[in-house]
Design a protein around this ligand. Structure first.
Ligand SMILES: Cc1ncc(COP(=O)(O)O)c(C=O)c1O
Length: 439
């Protein structure tokens, strides 16, 4: 018999409050905790049996759908056969996955893969790879970025709420993000590229190890990189001796509906790509996919992750890649995402509090402002709408520097017939604001 589980609301809260470390229990988005019991494809059920549309994909970890039968089958088979094979021994499943991931990368380069257990670990590793392979130390990252919570990843994360008041890793400079809605230089690409030049000139030695960029800033509030920005940034960073490191942890796996990796439609080839989350459809795994010559420069030292290349996680990831292709999920993200975007735009026509609607595919956002001209953020209204979205059957997230962005990043299996209920639930949540005289 497996151990008993106590599902009563208060006991779960009490156990967490008593036994979780403070920083782990701090991130609770809703006023009343949401307890989830079951998930199937794009839907979740709470412990009382209420059904919710999961527009957050459990923070983008659920890529192809909760309990997707093909992923479940692959994981079950592997768990029963061999649950772990530590990286010092050989197993075919991770080797297959490495080959399959390399095949998704731009042609004309040799790509290799280093498996980790999480995104932050992959970011840490890529910081070290960049410094070791270039011999340079200075790193650029974007303000408003999120790359993870470990000591290394935190150092290249610009979002203040995730930066603890400790001495961070040194030699990291932050460059203004090219936010086309409220960026400090307004719209356009060139002013933000010029800012990279100024940052190199005034905050670094002039010799770079790397620049980290999320193809679409996720926690930052779905900030897309404008046309030409990645290409221009790559040129400037490489001219200073550095590598372009693309973080596809959120935007990867066809999320933007364009291609497997979001950077693909920016006509660039990164030197390093960091992935995690959706790779395992909920089973923990991360990876650095890197040009072979960069990784080779580190061959002299061991870099051992006991759980890296775990065959169960790799079996899940192989099934994810298979399902994305077989179920034409990138195209699904494009078409269903376009319909969702259209519905969000219509909400903007009806509610003045919506200052901006932005996104591609299944990375969509609504930004709430008190005044469309001043763009003054409306975090309190956002929190209010957010609480109501849950009552109306949605799970999404509050994001952005000012906590005034509703972020929607559903699993790739969200269907056309889900769009109407989503828009309807959002509509009711915004009209609740009016009913309660809050606008
Ligand atoms: C863009 C991005 N990079 C890196 C990470 C870190 O991944 P993990 O939480 O698996 O360490 C995250 C996590 O949210 C992320 O959103």
């Amino acid at each position: 018999m497996t151990k008993a589980v106590d599902w009563s609301t208060q006991s779960i809260i009490d156990r967490r409050d008593t036994y979780y470390a403070a920083s782990q229990r701090a991130f609770v988005p809703y006023q009343k905790p949401l307890i989830l019991k079951k998930g199937m494809m794009q839907y979740c059920w709470d412990e009382k049996g209420n059904k919710l549309i999961d527009l957050l994909g459990m923070n983008l970890c659920i890529s192809v759908g909760h309990a997707h039968p093909k992923v479940v089958e692959a994981v079950t088979e592997q768990v029963q056969q061999l649950t772990h094979c530590t990286t010092m021994f050989h197993h075919p499943v991770p080797a297959h996955l490495a080959e399959e991931l390399a095949a998704t990368m731009p042609k004309g380069h040799e790509w290799v893969v280093h498996f980790t257990n999480s995104g932050a670990e992959a970011v840490d590793l890529s910081i070290m790879m960049a410094r070791a392979s270039t011999g340079n130390h200075d790193i650029l990252a974007l303000r408003n970025s999120y790359h993870g919570a470990t000591y290394g990843a935190q150092a290249v994360t610009g979002v203040q709420g995730f930066r603890h008041n400790v001495s961070q890793l040194s030699n990291v400079s932050f460059v203004a993000e090219p936010n086309q809605y409220r960026g400090i230089f307004g719209e356009g690409t060139d002013p933000y590229l010029e800012e990279i030049d100024r940052s190199i000139a005034y905050t670094t030695s002039g010799e770079l190890a790397a620049m980290f960029i999320e193809s679409v800033q996720g926690y930052g509030g779905i900030i897309q990189m404008p046309p030409g920005y990645l290409k221009g940034a790559a040129e400037k960073v490489r001219a200073a001796g550095g590598l372009l490191i693309m973080d596809e942890v959120q935007s990867g796996f066809g999320k933007t509906g364009d291609a497997m990796w979001c950077f693909d439609h920016h006509d660039i080839v990164p030197d390093v790509m960091v992935i995690a989350k959706g790779l395992g459809n909920g089973i923990p795994i991360g990876a650095v996919v890197v040009k072979k010559e960069i990784a080779e420069s580190m061959a002299g030292k061991l870099l051992f992750h006991t759980y890296g290349a775990n065959p169960v996680a790799c079996a899940a990831a192989r099934a994810v890649l298979q399902v994305i292709e077989e179920d034409d999920l990138i195209n699904n993200a494009k078409t269903v995402g376009a319909k969702l975007h259209e519905g969000l735009k219509q909400l903007k026509d009806r509610y003045d509090i919506i200052g901006d609607v932005r996104g591609r595919g299944f990375m969509q956002a609504i930004e709430l402002v008190k005044d469309r001209d001043t763009k003054e953020p409306a975090p309190d209204h956002t929190a209010h709408v957010f609480e109501h979205t849950r009552e109306h059957g949605l799970i999404l997230s509050k994001s952005g520097t000012f906590k005034n962005v509703l972020r929607m990043v559903p699993p790739l299996c969200l269907q056309m017939e889900d769009v109407e209920p989503v828009i309807d639930a959002l509509d009711r949540s915004f009209s609740d604001l009016e009913k309660e005289n809050l606008v």
